[in-house]
Ligand binder design. Structure first.
Ligand SMILES: [Zn+2]
Length: 65
């Protein structure tokens, strides 16, 4: 018997994890979201066609593609 509500979304990253593939974590208060270097790099990847603007936005929001 389990009364605890189960989260529908299972996040693989519970801790603050910054990797080359996902430099933005899921912590909305983490400064990585406002890091101009990271944002510029993401912007460059969009420019290079490596990411779509939607994908870039998702990454900034800490979502795993
Ligand atoms: Zn972060």
């Amino acid at each position: 018997m389990q009364d605890q509500p189960q989260p529908l979304v299972v996040l693989m990253e519970d801790d603050l994890i910054h990797t080359p593939e996902s430099p933005f974590c899921s912590d909305t208060t983490c400064p990585c979201r406002e890091d101009p270097l990271l944002l510029a790099e993401l912007d460059q990847q969009v420019t290079d066609g490596l990411l779509t603007p939607d994908e870039a936005t998702a990454i900034v929001l800490g979502k795993t593609l």
